[in-house]
Design a protein around this ligand. Structure first.
Ligand SMILES: Cc1cc2nc3c(=O)[nH]c(=O)nc-3n(C[C@H](O)[C@H](O)[C@H](O)COP(=O)(O)OP(=O)(O)OC[C@H]3O[C@@H](n4cnc5c(N)ncnc54)[C@H](O)[C@@H]3O)c2cc1C
Length: 224
């Protein structure tokens, strides 16, 4: 039975009370606080690892409590509720100290919705629940050294070989690829087609043999 918004809010509040501390907001005062302004600051591998573990644990708890995919279709493990319920949850969660979920930006903001809208049944069953549980992390493998704003210039190729695809090329700026399990990859599958056509989207497991992930170091010290 669909809970009312009030019932759902009470359920979410109980979950948050049981699993997280309430956030205490520091009052803003000019001249007080950290001078740190670096965007994409470099984290040590240990700090990064700890952040990934904490974020995944939090998502697993949300999933266990039925809050991991509030708007998702029940056949793939979602709760099947209106986006308003998700808004209620997020508003409540903002009042608690929970591990940063930014690393799920590509996973849940781009890759999971794309699989849901365009993926095969196999892909949906294989990945949708695990992406929302935080068990699988996904990144976007779109940009290339010669294809940024003009993404249709991409030159990574995918060639059919029996019942497999062989993919050759280089992607760049692939945020969080170093701890992702899969990537949404665009590759050219028809080299005779005009450049805005003949491109196919793949879900690419990053442990595929022959894959090399290297950091792209920025002036700020951080890396993509
Ligand atoms: C921090 C960061 C994270 C990123 N994460 C990802 C990721 O996870 N996955 C991924 O695939 N990509 C990622 N990207 C890549 C991002 O999508 C590209 O940087 C973006 O598409 C722009 O491409 P470009 O950097 O090659 O710039 P260019 O396309 O070379 O553009 C350079 C400049 O020229 C301008 N320009 C380009 N074309 C035109 C035109 N026709 N007319 C007028 N002006 C134009 C642009 O506005 C820009 O100012 C990331 C980039 C950054 C900086």
């Amino acid at each position: 039975m669909t809970p009312t918004l009030d019932e759902f809010a009470a359920e979410a509040q109980a979950f948050l009370d049981a699993n997280a501390e309430r956030a205490v907001r520091d009052e803003f005062t000019w001249g007080i606080g950290s001078d740190e302004i670096t965007v994409y600051a470099e984290k040590s591998p240990a700090e990064e690892e700890a952040a990934v573990v904490a974020a995944k644990l939090w998502r697993a708890k949300m999933w266990e409590a039925g809050l991991g995919w509030i708007t998702g279709p029940p056949e793939y493990g979602g709760r099947g509720l209106d986006p308003l319920y998700e808004r209620v949850y997020l508003d409540l969660e903002a009042g608690y100290r929970v591990p940063s979920q930014t690393m799920f930006g590509s996973s849940l903001g781009v890759v999971a919705p794309t699989i849901l809208a365009h993926g095969s049944d196999w892909l949906k069953e294989q990945y949708l629940a695990r992406l929302h549980q935080g068990e699988v992390l996904a990144c976007q493998l779109l940009s290339e050294p010669g294809a940024g704003s003009d993404l249709a210039s991409l030159s990574t190729r995918a060639t059919a070989d029996g019942d497999q695809w062989v993919i050759n090329g280089q992607k760049v700026w692939s945020s969080r690829a170093h701890f992702s399990d899969i990537g949404l990859l665009l590759a050219r599958t028809d080299t005779d087609a005009p450049k805005h056509q003949g491109i196919t989207a793949f879900i690419y497991p990053l442990d595929t043999p022959g894959t090399e992930v290297r950091p792209l170091r920025q002036m700020t010290g951080g890396a993509e």
